[in-house]
Design a protein around this ligand. Structure first.
Ligand code: FMN
Length: 550
């Protein structure tokens, strides 16, 4: 009997299903880490002409509080210094850590296992002290490597008044440690990076917008990802997102799908430079389920319905007057919590308010309606009884969520919160043990002030195309980045949790079928510092590098 070839939708759903962890077993992954094939954390392009950027984070004065006040940060012109600051504060290094002879870099954008599958490219249409063309950002060296020098026709078509950032994923880098589930982490990491771009743009008075309509194939061509000869036997990169950074005229339409396709065609005819470095001397184990799912989730050109966030009151003000460069670089993942920190209800309200979609950073970067909601495991928050709570993040989503969760829950409005913050109590009681269990028994989910699970409107989203799987995880990653930075702003610390028991969460909520799926966890609390580690500055190793005045 002939077996039918699975559809793209079935492949993506099949991937999600087979990569679920549960108390009875984990998704397929390496039984132990093979250190001989540990991937190099940085990609570079051998032989590509490079521009060393000035260290420019110090020229950015905006505070975290100002990022949330519309119009508070005047736009900076696009020049070498502002471009350098933008990259430094989004995809740059945050610090180096060392322990004994081990030394590793941390970045502004976090990554599961610190493996960093996300690479960043910029497509520059204006000479910003860096030539026009397509460049790869090498964060270790704070350097732009020129991949493509476009011909005259392409140069005329390159976007003005802003620039494009392309994010790509090296799935193999993540799969080395996490096996089949690694693709999920790559997508979440890309979401963290998009939010990091949006915040860095806002700190310069610019605006980030994810392009929804272009085809992945066109993005791949524009970024040179389809140039097999330039990769040779190096690990390939998959297009994750194209982000338009509007420098002047934040409301002007970003490049269309047709413009991106045309640019891709013209760039392909340009002069390309460099060969990708190999990240492992010996090829690591391949996990074909990832390649198959990623191929099935590639996006064609689409026509998207315009969506703008329903106007909400300005978010509850944050008291955090820390300059953005300081805040984004101090962000760390907590390794352990003190089990004591008890933020006030007002502090929690502020953190949650920052997760709602508004026109500003970061969710103003998403041109689609939010589909991911927060389930909270509240452990220690002053004035809020411990228990399970739900925060619907889209106006009007509460009714739908009530239907999906069945009739058991209380759905009582949490008292003492602003009217636009619809936090609902599902069930009162100690949620520490359940939070620990569903987060792969990690103590950090129980010892913090609260933990969160991110619930995606899975069926409804995927009905619009299998690439929506990527969008759901991208949105979840962005939420994670907001929680990380808001935790820091509140004097707390967060940690993303990619390891969780998917279906146990669904069972606890009474969710049957796939209308809602858990896509990411997070935890926030008072951190216990690891005093064995020595920290040094992000770019101390670049002695003699120009420092921009400002
Ligand atoms: C998508 C994602 C999933 C993560 N999952 C876990 C996890 O399950 N457990 C954990 O302790 N840390 C987890 N982390 C934290 C990472 O290990 C951490 O971000 C990385 O080591 C870099 O450190 P930094 O965040 O301090 O820069 C996760 C981070 C991300 C972005």
């Amino acid at each position: 009997m002939a077996t039918e070839t699975p559809t793209a939708d079935q492949r993506v759903r099949g991937y999600h299903e087979r990569t679920k962890h549960g108390p009875e077993g984990y998704a397929a992954g390496p039984a132990r880490l093979d250190w001989a094939t540990q991937p190099e954390p940085f990609r570079w392009w051998e032989g590509a002409p490079a521009v060393d950027l000035p260290l420019a984070a110090g020229t950015v004065r905006a505070t975290w509080a100002e990022l949330w006040r519309p119009g508070a940060v005047p736009p900076r012109p696009l020049d070498e210094t502002s471009l350098a600051a933008f990259l430094e504060l989004s995809l740059g290094l945050a610090a180096w850590k060392s322990h004994g002879r081990e030394r590793w870099a941390l970045r502004v954008n976090p990554s599961s296992g610190n493996l960093h599958p996300t690479e960043g490219y910029v497509v520059l249409g204006e000479d910003a002290g860096v030539p026009q063309g397509v460049h790869h950002y090498l964060s270790r060296d704070h350097r732009l490597e020129r991949r493509c020098t476009p011909g005259a026709a392409a140069t005329r078509r390159l976007p003005r008044a802003g620039f494009l950032v392309g994010l790509t994923g090296i799935h193999r880098r993540e799969a080395w440690k996490y096996g089949e589930r690694a693709w999920r982490y790559c997508l979440l990491d890309a979401g963290h990076a998009v939010a990091a771009l949006a915040f860095a743009a806002a700190a310069l008075g610019w605006r980030a917008r994810v392009l929804a309509e272009p085809a992945d194939e066109d993005a791949a061509r524009l970024l040179g990802l389809d140039r097999a000869g330039d990769f040779g036997d190096a690990e390939p990169e998959e297009p994750e997102a194209l982000v338009w950074i509007a420098v002047r005229d934040a409301d002007a339409p970003p490049p269309s799908a047709t413009a991106v396709a045309e640019l891709g065609r013209l760039a392909a005819a340009g002069e390309w430079h460099g060969r990708a470095n190999r990240l492992t001397a010996v090829p690591g184990r391949d996990w074909p389920a990832i390649g198959e799912a990623a191929a099935a989730a590639r996006k064609p050109v689409t026509v998207e319905q315009a969506w703008t966030a329903a106007p909400l009151p300005e978010p509850t003000a944050t008291a955090c007057a820390t300059p953005v460069p300081e805040l984004v670089r101090q962000r760390r993942s907590a390794q352990a919590y003190d089990g004591l920190a008890r933020p006030s209800l007002a502090a929690l309200a502020r953190i949650l308010d920052a997760t709602l979609p508004r026109a500003g950073a970061p969710f103003g970067a998403l041109p689609w309606s939010p589909r991911v909601h927060l389930l909270l495991f509240v452990h220690r928050v002053g004035g809020l009884p411990p228990g399970l709570y739900l925060l619907p993040r889209r106006v009007g989503a509460e009714q739908e969520l009530r239907r999906l969760l069945g009739g058991e829950s209380a759905w009582e409005a949490a008292a003492g919160l602003p009217a636009h913050l619809p936090l609902r109590l599902l069930e009162q009681g100690d949620a520490q043990e359940v939070a620990r269990l569903v987060s792969c028994r990690q103590e950090i989910a129980a010892d913090g002030a609260f933990a969160a699970a991110m619930l995606a409107e899975y069926d409804a989203a995927l009905a619009a195309g299998p690439w929506w799987y990527r969008r759901l995880l991208l949105e979840a990653g962005m939420l994670g980045q907001v929680l990380y930075l808001e935790a820091e702003a509140a004097g707390l610390r967060g940690t993303g949790i990619g390891c969780f028991f998917d279906d146990v969460v669904h069972a606890i909520l009474g969710v049957a079928g796939e209308e809602l799926q858990d896509v990411y966890h997070f935890t926030v609390g008072g951190t216990v510092a690891d005093r064995r580690l020595v920290t040094s500055g992000p770019y101390e190793h670049l002695a003699g590098r120009r420092v921009a005045a400002g």
